[in-house]
Design a protein around this ligand. Structure first.
Ligand SMILES: [Fe+2]
Length: 274
């Protein structure tokens, strides 16, 4: 069984949305940072692949140590193998949807894009993916531009691109319009944000990893304000930090920050009415 593979370590998370019937189980994966070479890769691309693998071999451990997370022999596998394991796990667990909150690719590169588009076309279940800061705003077939709702029974998971630590005016307007429809929303985005309620808990993080209510960017502030104050927005699922954190950004609204997928981190997220 893939779930017993020592590569994985799991965090169980629960999001309560009053009125939702039954239990809805999702698998959340983030920051897989895969690099790929194939028969069409150029010598420069192969060189970059080697460089990135050496770099991540070091940094996976740095992040794991910083966050007191598992890192041993089973986690020391190449990123592509790690991602293949995660997809096999998702196929085994059959979550209601596979949620991927960005930086699945370590950088935009032709072999990686070819691989991911093909692989996600083969994936047999529903999935929702948003871009990370290492990626472009769209990779058609895997993640797309704009606010992307995934309809569930009694709620929606809405993909929002905040990979540049802000949200575009168009996406903000689209998200507001979705909120006005009166269906509860869980946001799936790449980067976490800090509010006055949770910033203390995030104070040890490097500012590279989040944006706050004091952001210079007006849309960044407006996005945080909308998430805080709009009753339809119930929770946020994100990544980027390479360390697991379960916070509340206002009382009763959880923010689940998934850890590094290339080192075996997987979140199981259960959405239920109570
Ligand atoms: Fe990131």
């Amino acid at each position: 069984m893939m779930k017993d593979d020592k590569f994985f370590w799991f965090k169980e998370n629960r999001i309560v949305i009053p009125g939702v019937k039954g239990e809805h189980v999702f698998m959340h994966l983030t920051d897989s940072h895969i690099d790929v070479v194939d028969e069409l890769s150029t010598p420069e691309e192969r060189e970059k692949y080697d460089y990135q693998h050496e770099l991540w071999a070091k940094y996976k451990k740095v992040f794991a140590d910083k966050n007191n997370e598992p890192y041993g022999e089973p986690q020391m596998i190449p990123m592509l193998e790690a991602f293949e394991k995660a997809l096999a796990l998702a196929e085994e667990l059959q979550p209601e949807a596979l949620l991927m909150s960005g930086d699945i690719l370590d950088n935009m590169h032709p072999a990686g894009e070819r691989y991911l588009v093909k692989r996600m076309a083969e994936y047999p279940g529903p999935f929702l993916c948003v871009p990370g800061n290492h990626e472009d705003p769209a990779l058609p077939g895997v993640w797309e531009m704009g606010v992307r709702p995934l309809e569930c029974e009694g709620f929606r998971i809405v993909g929002v691109d905040d990979s540049r630590l802000t949200v575009s005016a168009e996406d903000l307007a689209a998200l507001k319009a979705l909120c006005d429809e009166g269906i509860p929303i869980i946001i799936l985005c790449h980067a976490p944000f800090a509010t006055s309620y949770c910033k203390e808990e995030m104070s040890s993080w490097d500012p590279y990893f989040y944006f706050g209510e004091d952001a210079e960017d007006e849309n960044a502030r407006a996005f945080i304000e909308l998430c805080k104050t709009n009753d339809m927005i119930k929770a946020v699922i994100c990544g980027h930090v390479h360390g697991y954190h379960a916070l509340e950004f206002v009382p009763g609204k959880p923010m689940i920050v998934g850890s590094q997928g290339h080192a075996g981190a997987v979140d199981i997220v259960t959405v239920a009415g109570e």
